[in-house]
Structures are given as structure tokens and as C-alpha cells.
Design a protein around this ligand. Sequence first.
Ligand SMILES: [Zn+2]
Length: 140
Amino acid sequence: MLDISAISAGLSSMKVAMDIAKGLKDSTTAINDATVNFKIAELLEAMSEVKMHLVEAKDENIELKEKIKELEKALNQKDEVIFRDGYYYLSAPQSGKPEGPFCSHCYSSSNELTLLTEVTGMLRNMGKYKCPSCEQRFGK
Ligand SMILES: [Zn+2]
């Protein structure tokens, strides 16, 4: 499941890093090397967490973009088909693509346009068409 937790976590880590840096800068009393080294180590740790969360956020961003592309494709496809006599058909012919009929079960369950195959011979009385994907039979 996608969320924006990586961005929130990254911002929290960034605040920690900035507070440490600010503390070092504003330090009025003389601090020894050991304290400085300790603060720098803390700073580096906070910064590496920022980096890690940014990588997570980047991955989430990529996933979200892919999901959007997928949804846009499904949305566009919805406009391209029409439902007629129990089957889906392309609303306008497209070169190199069959116009249908497509399986209504596959289309409504997973947005897949699966071309139905016409049944011949003895099995035809079980249905005029058969879906090669979900095996459902249609028509008499
Ligand atoms: Zn099907």
C-alpha cells in the first residue's frame, strides 16, 4: 500500500539534522573535540536517514506514476468500447485490432479485452462463443 510516510519520516529526520547543526553553530561555550565529533556523528546519522527516506519516497513516486499510467490506460480503454447484445466491441475500428466480440466477464473483472473465439462442432450447443482466458461460454 502506498502512502506518504517516507516523505514525513524524511522531513522529521531532516529536522533532527538541522537541530543538531544549529546546536553546534549556536554553541557559545567552548566545546571539546570529542563533543564536536559526537555531534558530527549524530548529524551524519540523521542525514543518512534523510537519504534513506528520500529513496523510499522516490520509489513510492515511481510506483504512483505507474499506477496513474495504468489507470489512465484503463480509463481511455473504457471510452473505446461499447456494449452490444451482451458483448463488448470497439466503438471505432482500429487498424490491426479485431473489433470484437470481447469477453464481458474479463472486461468487467480486470479491464482486459479478451477476444472471444467462435465455437464450432458438437460443443457449439454449449455456447456460440468461448473466452480463451476465463473459459466462460456465451450465447446459444
Ligand atoms: Zn473471459
